[in-house]
Design a protein around this ligand. Structure first.
Ligand code: UFG
Length: 278
């Protein structure tokens, strides 16, 4: 038998549970899966001499920011166990680098990833009722859900609905390639970068853009604010532009067009109509 040994140059660590509400109900599940899983991964990396890492963090670590755009230096706070796992992993990474400067680590704080691969064959397929805005809107458009409830229309924003920084998954993917390249930089220690577009879009603006892209009407219901939601969150992208040489290229019309292409070709995601595991 021939044994092949592989060498890993770097790891991009995306894995983790990510439903905010579920994390409030099952914190130990989140700490076990997200934290213990990450610690084991780092131990295995160290044991194999692989000390280059890109980690998927989240804008959730900015909590309710006092001002926008959010820069990487903003104070950090979280409001739920999911967010806490992201913040703790960021801190583990900083400690790891302090203990051993051979580590090269980039923490990427994702804003709101949406859209799908333009081929229409790769997209998001959440289990159960989606928690996030765009998967929910998509399921209304294909007739799986009847209407979208807007979580609060009394925020201090132009139309009263919450504002977020939506980023196309293609741009997000390119941000990871840029981060991997940056890990070759001799000077990098443990650095953090926002991955967003720098533009804020309200819930109603996003729904309108999706209606335009899909030609479908999204019935709306007004609901109260969702606990833990911030009013306005969008990124400062200057550091990523300057140091990663990366900038998002796609706007919300591209995001909605590609997401609708995925949804209309795969209304039941990777499963079939009536498949309850889907
Ligand atoms: N919203 C609705 N109705 C819905 C779902 C969402 O009105 O059914 C609104 C929210 O109130 C918010 C906006 O749409 O104003 C976006 O909500 P999402 O749930 O899509 O996204 P969040 O900004 O709340 O959270 C997302 C990810 C988190 C991540 C966070 C910050 O879900 O994992 O961004 O990065 F931590």
């Amino acid at each position: 038998m021939t044994l092949f040994t592989c060498r890993f140059d770097a790891v991009i660590h995306f894995a983790g549970l990510k439903a905010v509400g579920e994390s409030v109900r099952k914190p130990l599940l989140y700490f076990d899966n997200n934290l213990i899983g990450t610690i084991i991964l780092f131990q295995v990396m160290a044991a194999h001499g692989c000390k280059k890492l890109v980690f998927s963090s989240s804008a959730t670590v900015y909590g309710w920011p006092k001002e926008v755009p959010c820069t990487e230096e903003f104070p950090l706070s979280v409001t739920n166990p999911y967010g806490r796992t992201k913040l703790i992993i960021e801190e583990i990474c900083r400690d790891l680098y302090c203990s051993d400067s051979d580590w090269k680590i980039i923490l990427l704080r994702y804003f709101n990833p949406v859209g799908a691969h333009p081929s229409g064959s790769i997209g998001e397929d959440p289990r159960g009722i989606p928690n996030n805005l765009m998967p929910f809107v998509q399921q209304v458009a294909v007739g799986r859900l009847t209407s979208l409830t807007i979580f609060g229309n009394d925020y201090k924003t132009s139309d009263g609905t919450g504002i977020r920084d939506y980023i196309h998954v293609l741009d997000l993917a390119e941000g990871h390639i840029a981060a991997l390249r940056k890990l070759d930089d001799a000077k990098i220690g443990c650095e953090v970068y926002n991955l967003g577009t720098g533009k804020g879009t309200s819930v109603l603006e996003m729904v309108k853009a999706f209606e335009q892209a899909s030609g479908k009407k999204i019935p709306l219901a007004m609901g109260g604010r969702r606990p833990g939601d911030a009013e306005i969150v969008y990124a400062s992208t200057k550091k990523a532009e300057r140091e990663l040489n990366w900038k998002a290229k796609h706007g919300i019309d591209d995001m909605c067009r590609d997401q609708w292409n995925w949804a209309s070709k795969n209304p039941y995601g990777y499963g079939r109509s009536g498949d309850s595991s889907n």
